[in-house]
Design a protein around this ligand. Structure first.
Ligand code: PA5
Length: 419
């Protein structure tokens, strides 16, 4: 379903690549058996009862809320924002607002002002249940909800997605009677978008989560025996790194994919950037960034390889109109579909960058729809795990994220931390 292409001839021979891919293929089973490998079989093993409860909750939220404030950070936020925006945004009554992903007072004040007198609900998402950024935002927004509806009715508007048995958020949800959804023990934050972590917001946005899961299931079927094209991508990333290309730029031509890029950066950055290793993941959205980063891509320091996410399907409906005069010099494009012009620009960019010594990889999705996005998520999750194992690091931990927290707690005087 997801197509991967790379003209790797100048980088590695076909024989050498096949030898390396054959080693990486074995890591599929390793990921599947890992304590945090629950995402591997998730598309076929997800909890159907909870899935049905998510749909019911999404309907209720659309019946009583103008806004759903999704409070979460990192893997507890980026995935659903990526999917909702890539698929063109909310389709029903409820708008999604994202909070708790910063400690910006100005940012939170703006959210409160945006909500104003409107009806709203909260989906607070935290696997640990203790992350400071979402916890602070939850406290502030919960007070707003309590003041507006009274404590009991407010509790009926809070949906807590957290650990099944433990943590501050779990305990509060039980004590106050919030509706709860589970972050599975065996799935880490950045691999959790297809669990309740992402699905409640995605369903509330009116997106068909059955089709999203179908896409992931289809992609799983094509990768599960030996990693398929995800193994090729994983190995080639590592080959690029060994050849001195230590920055990967994910590129696409769809403005709605900006948050998909952010999700991808977290997935690969947090999974691979450890033990002084890893490719630095960066991203661009063209054509916008052709007029900002395009110069660097073409002629800057040659440490970059570029992975294009492209859409095979055509989007019709916006054509260049024909005019009597040719004042803007665009007569040669008259009658052409804009999507077709964009595809030509994509090819031109690929070819120009390749001529500028940027190794190019291509990931082609059939269309921008639920199935394709579900498949793309699974493809990247599998590629990321295989790539990290190939690099020799644990794809599922993030020990480095603790350092700033410890220092922040020392400075804030959290009990148990000495400045
Ligand atoms: O991928 C991860 O594990 C992290 O990005 C977490 O999702 C992030 O730190 C938030 O953690 P939590 O859900 O425990 O609040």
């Amino acid at each position: 379903m997801i197509n991967f292409r790379c003209d790797y001839g100048k980088i590695i021979s076909a024989e050498e690549l096949e030898e390396r891919v054959s080693v990486t293929r074995q890591y599929v089973a390793r990921a599947q058996q890992d304590d945090f490998g629950g995402w591997v079989d998730l598309p076929i093993s997800y909890n159907r009862d909870e899935f049905a409860r998510i749909k019911v909750a999404a309907e209720k939220i659309n019946s009583d809320s103008d806004y759903l404030v999704c409070i979460g950070i990192g893997g507890s936020y980026l995935g659903h924002r990526a999917v909702i925006e890539a698929l063109g945004g909310e389709r029903g009554r409820t708008r999604i607002i994202y909070a708790g992903n910063s400690l910006s007072a100005r940012g939170l004040k703006k959210i409160i002002e945006q909500i104003g007198d409107a009806d709203f609900s909260i989906n607070v998402i935290s696997k640990s249940g203790t992350t400071t950024e979402p916890a602070v935002a939850f406290r502030v927004l919960k007070q707003l909800l309590d003041n507006k509806y009274g404590e009991e009715a407010a509790a009926g508007r809070i949906y807590a997605t957290t650990d099944a048995n433990k943590g501050a958020l779990h305990d509060e949800a039980v004590a106050k009677g919030y509706a709860t959804f589970v972050v599975p023990d065996n799935i880490g934050g950045r691999y959790s978008v297809l669990t309740a972590v992402g699905l409640l917001a995605i369903a509330t946005a009116g997106i068909n989560i059955d089709k999203l899961m179908d896409g992931a299931e289809e992609e799983r079927a094509s990768l599960i025996s030996d990693g398929g094209k995800a193994a090729d991508y994983a190995v080639l990333r590592n080959v690029m790194l060994e050849k001195g290309y230590n920055i990967e730029v994910l590129a696409n031509f769809e403005p709605n994919f900006m948050y998909f890029n952010e999700w991808w950066k977290q997935l690969f950055g947090e999974s691979e950037g450890k033990e002084n290793k890893g490719i630095f993941p960066a991203s661009v959205v063209y054509s916008t960034d052709l007029h900002s980063m395009g110069q660097y891509m073409q002629e800057g320091r040659r440490a970059i390889f570029e992975t294009f996410v492209e859409v095979a399907g055509d989007f019709e409906g916006v054509k260049v109109p024909a005019l009597a005069e040719n004042l803007d010099g665009l007569q040669y494009l008259e009658g052409k579909e804009l999507d077709n012009i964009c595809k030509v620009a994509t090819q031109a960019t690929r070819e120009a960058h390749a001529n500028g010594s940027v190794p190019i990889m291509r990931i082609v999705i059939p269309d921008i729809d639920e199935r394709s996005i579900g498949a793309l998520i699974y493809f990247f999750e599998m590629s990321c795990a295989l790539s990290a194992f190939t690099l020799g690091v644990n794809p599922f931990n993030q020990p480095g994220v603790e350092a700033y927290k410890v220092r922040m707690f020392e400075l804030l005087g959290k009990p148990g931390y000495n400045n």
